[in-house]
Design a binder for this molecule. Sequence first.
Ligand code: NDP
Length: 246
Amino acid sequence: MTSRVALVTGGTGGIGTAICRKLADQGHRVATNYRNEEKARAWEAQMKSEGYEFTLVKGDVTSPEEAAAMVREVEETLGPVEILVNNAGITRDGTFHKMTAQQWYDVINTNLNSVFNVTRPVIEGMRERKWGRIIQISSINGLKGQYGQANYAAAKAGMHGFTISLARENAKLGITVNTVSPGYVATDMVMAVPEEVRAKIAADIPTGRLGKPEEIAYAVAFLVDEQASWITGSNLDINGGHHMGW
Ligand code: NDP
C-alpha cells in the first residue's frame, strides 16, 4: 500500500491515540500536535515503548497562526500532508440559559474554528497533487443534540455542513471529505462524567457498553484507504446503535 503523510489533531488524546496507532499500523507516517510539553513527552515515551514513532509538533488548533505553523513543520519534517484528521475537541457543558460566552466560544473555537485553521493550510497542496483524505471527528450529539451541550452540538453539527461543502468543491480532484460521528467512547472526556450517569448511558446503548477508541480508529482507517475513493460527503455513525436512522 502507499505510505502517506497523516496529520491527526489531538492525537495524544483517547481517540486520537488510537487513530495515530491505526494509521501507523497501515504504514502511514503520522504527526500530531501538542500543547503541553511534559504531557507530550510522556505520551511520546509511551508510544515508543509500544514501537511507534510519531512526529510531534507544538500548536494550539484554535490559533490560525499556530495551526499554519504546525502544518508547515509537519511538511518540512515528513512531506506534504495527504491525510488530515480533525480530531481535537473539548466539551464545556452547561444548560444554555446558564452558559457563559466563554463556554460557547471555547467549544466553537476548539471543535469548529480549528477545522478551518488546520484544513486551510493543507487544502491547496492536496488540490495541486490531486489526492487527499480529510476526516472530521464529529459526534452523535451533533446529529441528535444533547441536554447541556448546545455549544458542542452546534460545533459538531457545523462540521457536517463544512464536510459536505468541501466534499463538493474537491470531488473531482481526488480528495474525499467525510465525518465520523462517534457515540460515547471510554476516553478521559467521557470518564469525567459521573459513574452513575455513564452507567445510564451504557444501558441506553443497544450494544450495552461504551465504545472503544480503536472502534473509531477503524472507521477512520476505512475512509482513508485508497479503495474508499468514492466515499465523499458522507457521515459514518459509530455508536453501538445508540442513534439509528437518518
Ligand atoms: P480527549 O480529551 O481524550 O482528547 C482530546 C485531544 O484534543 C487532546 O489531545 C487535546 O490535547 C486535544 N486538544 C484539545 N484542545 C486543543 C487545542 N486547543 N489545540 C490542540 N489540541 C487540542 O478526547 P477524545 O479522544 O475523547 O475525543 C476526540 C474527539 O472525538 C473530540 O473531537 C471529541 O469531541 C470527539 N468525540 C468523543 C467522544 C467520546 O465519547 N469520547 C464522542 C463523540 C465525539 P491536550 O492534551 O493539550 O488537551
